[in-house]
Design a protein around this ligand. Structure first.
Ligand code: 9FE
Ligand code: 9FE
Length: 159
């Protein structure tokens, strides 16, 4: 059983994230989406809301499991026998940090990181930008899945 993990905060999941997860789900038998619990940062969506939204929009793939985690990603991987991390790369600016993390994770545990070039349509996309635009009433309907759009509108009363 070939497993991979797509880690992130997913606050909330965007079409860019969903594209990476969809492509990973076609490459691996089982894909874990690991939602990072970050006590230091109060997100717009709770961990439970993020997990529910991800489960809703990935259920059609049939091989995606969504779980919260805190601490080291390599420990999450070790506990579930996951040898590969799959991450999207939007631009060269992502690469510096991602390379450092990949080398650290591989050094710590042997877990490999595979990079998927994002669909150019989503190169500019991030959760924080979506939240920023939505809270000022901008149209993000083409940037997030429908259930996320509904939740954003409920939370922000706009967008
Ligand atoms: O949600 C995040 O924080 C986040 C960050 C970086 C990311 N790379 N690939 C994916 Br999917 C991804 C998700
Ligand atoms: O949403 C973000 O913050 C974020 C960051 C970095 C990312 N790389 N690839 C993807 Br998809 C991605 C998403």
């Amino acid at each position: 059983m070939r497993r991979a993990v797509c880690p992130g905060s997913f606050d909330p999941i965007t079409n860019g994230h969903l594209d990476i997860i969809a492509r990973a789900s076609r490459l691996y038998d089982e894909v874990y989406v690991a939602v990072m619990i970050n006590k230091a940062k109060q997100g717009l969506f709770t961990i439970e809301e993020r997990i529910a939204l991800i489960e809703q929009v990935t259920s059609e793939f049939g091989n995606v499991r969504v779980e919260a985690f805190h601490g080291l990603l390599v420990d999450f991987c070790k506990q579930r026998d996951i040898p590969a991390i799959v991450k999207g790369l939007r631009a060269v600016s992502d690469f510096d940090y991602e390379l450092q993390m990949a080398q650290m994770n591989n050094g710590l545990s042997g877990v490999e990181t595979l990079f998927v070039p994002t669909n150019p349509t989503y190169s500019f996309l991030s959760s924080s930008l979506v939240k920023e635009v939505a809270q000022w009433g901008g149209d993000v309907s083409h940037l997030v899945p429908e259930p996320v759009l509904r939740s954003l509108r409920e939370k922000l009363g706009r967008g």
